[in-house]
Design a protein around this ligand. Structure first.
Ligand code: SF4
Ligand code: SF4
Length: 392
């Protein structure tokens, strides 16, 4: 899909087509037809007019609510989103052990020109051969001849941004037309990573997919502002702070409020909430065009209080206090994938297994008293014990 091209079929046309039994409905596989019925039966409020923002210097115009595919087991959910105008799909080589890209491939079949696809190399890929291999495998799994945005996955410091072989590979892949733009993803030391993208004399990377939610620290928000002003396209992830379910708000979901909070920042082009099913899709895409309100502030305050006993911001500031060198923030992130709104034990274990043996929770067994202190008051030793039980 070209940078300035937007999806063609609007919401009303789509509903009409779905209900009237046109070719779209006739050729749709049964599950897709069910999904259409669900969406159509949900009433007009479920179909907002798409809202677009420009992804920094790439010029790509993305829907502000775009699609995080990491948890989506059914391509039909993604297909419905695309038909509703959502035009950016984010996946990764790692998700579902590589299967997630295949799900995206099924979803975009026949509609590749309506969407931009972003995927990620493996976190430990650094050499020229590694990066080229990852991209070639992704191209095949995605069933496409190009990736719109290729991202270095899980960058936790500035070093990886400057690896010469990585850049050499990406430059070659761009020349070959296999990738269009390059970015990084980060959910730890985000400010350092964002500032390094700006301070890079070559300004090599075009985009940053960054953890951003209502618990964000000021330095991260300032770094996002600086990067956006320098032309780096900013996409927000983990906007729902773990997506935990809580009874604290009664029947009111905090998740729309959390999404609106991220999107009220004009430096953010889009957010990519993970959407597993039709109800999550409807809840999230309805946010397009809504503004952040005082009521949303109150909801987020209550949600923040509810998750305070267990939500880790992955700031890493406790880690120097651990004599064993446990990577506490990554262990906690793995635990969040298992126990938060993700409920994805496979992703949780895959993330945990990426940790070197000298940094995982198994080391955390022999301290009489935990000397790692959490700035948010979490009981770190208890979290590590829980991680051993759930993930090891
Ligand atoms: S109890 Fe665990 S996390 Fe705390 S200091 Fe000891 S090894 Fe580190
Ligand atoms: S446990 Fe606390 S200090 Fe450590 S990374 Fe998480 S939020 Fe930060």
């Amino acid at each position: 899909m070209e940078p300035d091209k937007k999806p063609g079929m609007n919401r009303r046309t789509f509903i009409k087509a779905g209900l009237a039994g046109t070719a779209t409905a006739l050729i749709a596989p049964p599950v897709f037809a069910d999904a259409l019925q669900q969406m159509a039966g949900a009433g007009p409020a479920a179909f907002p007019k798409p809202v677009y923002r420009t992804l920094g210097r790439t010029g790509l115009k993305l829907t502000v609510v775009s699609f995080g595919a990491m948890l989506t087991p059914e391509p039909e959910v993604i297909r419905v989103a695309i038909e509703q105008g959502v035009n950016y799909i984010d996946t990764a080589r790692k998700y579902m052990g590589g299967k997630n890209e295949e799900i995206v491939a099924q979803a975009v079949k026949g509609m590749r020109d309506k969407v931009f696809i972003a995927t990620k190399t493996l976190a430990d890929s650094k050499t020229k051969a590694d990066i080229i291999r990852d991209v070639e495998v992704s191209l095949k799994a995605l069933g496409t001849d190009h990736i719109d945005v290729i991202q270095l996955h899980n960058v936790t410091g500035k070093e990886r941004i400057f690896i010469a072989e990585t850049r050499e590979a990406l430059t070659l892949l761009k020349k070959q037309g296999k990738v269009r733009f390059c970015g990084v993803t980060t959910h730890k030391n985000e400010a350092e990573v964002l500032n390094a993208l700006v301070d890079d004399p070559d300004r090599f990377f075009d985009t940053c997919l960054v953890k951003l939610n209502f618990k964000a620290e000021k330095d991260v928000i300032a770094a996002i502002d600086r990067a956006a002003k320098a032309g780096i396209g900013i996409i927000a992830m983990k906007t729902q702070a773990g997506g935990y379910e809580t009874a604290a708000l009664g029947r009111v979901s905090p998740h729309q409020a959390a999404l609106k909070w991220a999107l009220q920042n004009p430096n953010v082009t889009a957010a990519i909430p993970g959407m597993k099913d039709m109800s999550q899709l409807k809840e999230d895409i309805a946010v397009m065009g809504m503004s952040f309100s005082y009521a949303d502030t109150r909801r987020l305050d209550r949600y923040a209080d509810a998750i305070a006993p267990f939500y880790c911001t992955f700031c890493g500031s406790c880690e120097n206090g651990c004599p064993k060198g446990v990577d506490i923030s990554t262990v906690n992130r793995s635990l969040m994938y298992a126990e938060g709104g993700y409920r994805d034990l496979t992703l949780a274990r895959a993330t945990y297994e990426e940790l070197p043996l000298h940094a995982n929770a198994a080391l955390c067994t022999s301290c009489e008293e935990c000397s790692a202190r959490c700035i948010n008051g979490l009981d770190i030793a208890a979290k590590m014990e829980r991680a051993r039980g759930v993930l090891a």
